[in-house]
Design a protein around this ligand. Structure first.
Ligand code: SF4
Length: 283
């Protein structure tokens, strides 16, 4: 993408950035590149979770027998649409963290163009379908832009040295690791851990989809599934050679850092910030 000097831009950063880049240097680089606002997607992930929780709660209270399938991964969504259309009704009809954060950002900054940066190739399809963000870049594409615009790894000008803008959420920073959604869903009053299946990879998931009977897979009530092994930290748009274990460690380290040093900076997103926004989505 090319920046238009007549427009203002917000960058929404996927939490997997922490497995790849140093913080806060990464944010400084994005500001130097031309983004007026740089926000995390973590508050969007919190709204995804709250939407999921209420959809699952209503379904369980209705006594519905159904295995719900997590829908933040567009590769999984598209695969189900094409190969298992009878399971489309099992996809939780809620926006992904990118989608939720895009909707929140449109409300906060209606005149800005919204650019999502993350590890994924298929998020462009989701963006084109939902219109929740204007552009999607993966980290590989971002690297090319950093290089083309000669943005150094260390930015030292004071005017760019500002951390993330609000809104922020700490516990959903682990969303891009395998099982991160269910681990942050706070489901204890709704589900038992044995009701949830965490799995990645279409090869492993196909036998699961094949075994659905009347909308139900075995005893499970919720499938927390993704396409990439280990989660989005191993997405095809990542650049580094680090092992998945190391990427995972870095994500948790960043979550712990933020909890310790950033919790009281007044940036936490609250439900009130998202009031009036409908985070449900049709598939
Ligand atoms: S698991 Fe992979 S394909 Fe799915 S959203 Fe994450 S990066 Fe994209």
């Amino acid at each position: 993408m090319e920046f238009d000097s007549k427009e203002k831009y917000v960058c929404l950063v996927a939490p997997s950035f922490a497995s790849e880049y140093e913080y806060p240097d990464f944010v400084y680089r994005l500001r130097k590149l031309g983004f007026e606002k740089v926000m995390e997607v973590t508050f969007g992930a919190k709204m995804t979770n709250l939407t999921y929780y209420s959809i699952l709660k209503e379904s369980i209270e209705r006594g519905e027998k159904k295995t719900w399938i997590a829908s933040p991964c567009p590769t999984i969504v598209n695969f189900i649409r094409v190969k298992y259309p009878h399971l489309v009704d099992n996809l939780v009809p809620g926006h992904s963290p990118m989608g939720c954060m895009g909707l929140i950002t449109r409300k906060m900054y209606p005149k800005y163009k919204i650019v999502f940066v993350g590890p994924c190739m298929t998020k462009k399809m989701e963006a084109a379908e939902t219109g929740t963000v204007d552009f999607v870049l993966n980290f590989r594409e971002l690297e090319e832009i950093f290089e083309k615009k000669s943005i150094p790894e260390r930015v030292t000008e004071d005017k760019y040295m500002i951390g993330f803008d609000k809104l922020y959420n700490d516990y959903t920073k682990i969303y891009p690791v395998s099982g991160g959604l269910s681990e942050t869903l706070h489901y204890k009053n709704l589900l038992e851990s044995r009701d949830i299946l965490v799995m990645e990879g279409l090869n492993k998931l196909m036998p699961v989809f094949d075994q659905f009977k009347d909308g139900v897979y075995k005893h499970y009530k919720f499938l927390d599934i993704l396409n990439c092994d280990g989660g989005c930290i191993n997405g095809p748009g990542m650049i580094s050679e680090k092992s998945v274990k190391e990427r995972r460690r870095r994500v948790f380290k960043y979550r712990d850092y933020a909890r310790r040093y950033e919790k009281d900076l007044g940036k936490s997103g609250l439900k009130a910030h998202a009031e009036g926004i409908n985070f449900e989505r049709k598939f």
